[in-house]
Design a protein around this ligand. Structure first.
Ligand SMILES: [Zn+2]
Length: 345
């Protein structure tokens, strides 16, 4: 299946301080691994900058101006972890533009699958504030672009090890975007409890599944099978956006989970199969992932599956033991109990 690989070289010029985990080498590692697959199905597209009106539909104009001002002034900080360098505003505009371009291409039927390889990442970025290495919310831009292209129902599945608090905040009251986050409990940024279900007209359209540390391939697959896939079939999204962070990998320095590259391939397969059944395009956008080797292998595995090549290209790894079902299933049952107030699954 044709896969658009949407990216922009400015992503490499978003400088972070020495020793920062969210570094330019991440993007180079992803590019190399994805291009290294040698897939005939892959078509690399250079992203335009995001349209101003689309960015302003996701973020406050005053916040966007603040990012521009910091970059123009030679750099600064949005929080203790999140820096803006002289090239960062441009990189962030092209990262969001890559999400826009991919969403519009998929909605127009140009291709059925897209992988958006960008930095800075986006899912922690709030309407009025960047945080957690994120400047502009790329997944939210993709979902909003799809809504503008006429798609009535969008689903965002966020498997980054951290809760996608920014995406949740942006669509908290929006019943047209179903946001599902599977993340490590009691972890940065501290939000994403199972009771957070959206507000007002958006109640029921935010779904949080916090999981214990050491959850691995088996636990994630169970959560996808029990919660994520039934939701997809109930909601029938016209576009599936994956906030694809790879920091739940066992080698990642910022996560406490034990997922493998093959595990990410398997999660991609589950979503890809559901999307096929629903005739929905799939757009995966890069979020976290801070061990270069794990990131590269996992991102490449995702792309290979989206191209229809199966999980075979992912390396065989040797993860530590994962949490037993007795640790995971109470969380799954609790998440389902909360969900059943809003959904017939
Ligand atoms: Zn993360």
């Amino acid at each position: 299946m044709k896969v658009l690989h949407v990216t922009h070289p400015s992503g490499e010029r978003h400088d972070t301080p020495p020793g920062h985990p969210e570094r330019p080498a991440r993007l180079r590692a992803v590019w190399q691994a994805v291009e290294g697959l040698g897939l005939a199905e892959l078509s690399t597209v250079e992203a335009p900058a995001v349209a101003d009106d689309l960015l302003e539909a996701v973020h406050r104009r005053s916040y966007i101006a603040h990012v521009d001002m910091l970059a123009a002034a030679g750099g600064g900080w949005l929080d203790a972890d999140t820096s803006v360098g002289v090239h960062s505003a441009r990189a962030a505009r092209h990262a969001a533009g890559a999400a826009q371009r991919a969403a519009e291409a998929l909605c127009a039927g140009e291709a059925p699958r897209a992988f958006v390889a960008v930095r800075p990442p986006g899912h922690h970025a709030l309407p009025d504030r960047g945080m957690g290495f994120c400047l502009f919310n790329n997944a939210a831009v993709a979902a909003t672009a799809a809504r503008r292209a006429g798609k009535a129902r969008v689903m965002i599945v966020d498997w980054d090890v951290h809760h996608g608090n920014g995406t949740q905040a942006i669509f908290l009251r929006d019943p047209s975007v179903l946001f599902v986050s599977v993340h490590q409990e009691y972890w940065y940024p501290g939000t994403g409890a199972v009771e957070e279900v959206g507000e007002g007209p958006g109640e029921g359209f935010t779904v949080n599944v916090p999981l214990p540390a050491q959850t691995g391939d088996g636990g994630y697959q169970d959560v996808f099978t029990e919660i994520v896939l039934p939701l997809a079939h109930a909601w029938r999204p016209e576009l599936l956006v994956v906030s694809a962070g790879y920091d739940a990998h066992f080698a990642d320095p910022l996560g406490g989970m034990v997922v493998t590259a093959r595990g990410f391939a398997r999660l991609t397969t589950l979503l890809d199969e559901a999307a096929r059944a629903l005739d929905a395009p799939v757009l995966a956008v890069l979020e976290g992932g801070y061990d270069l080797e794990a990131l590269a292998a996992s991102a490449a595995a995702t792309v290979a599956v989206l191209a229809g090549r199966g999980a075979g290209s992912a390396p065989i790894e040797n993860p530590p033991p994962e949490a037993p079902p007795a640790a995971i299933w109470p969380r799954v049952r609790e998440a389902r109990r909360v969900l059943l107030h809003h959904w017939r699954l």
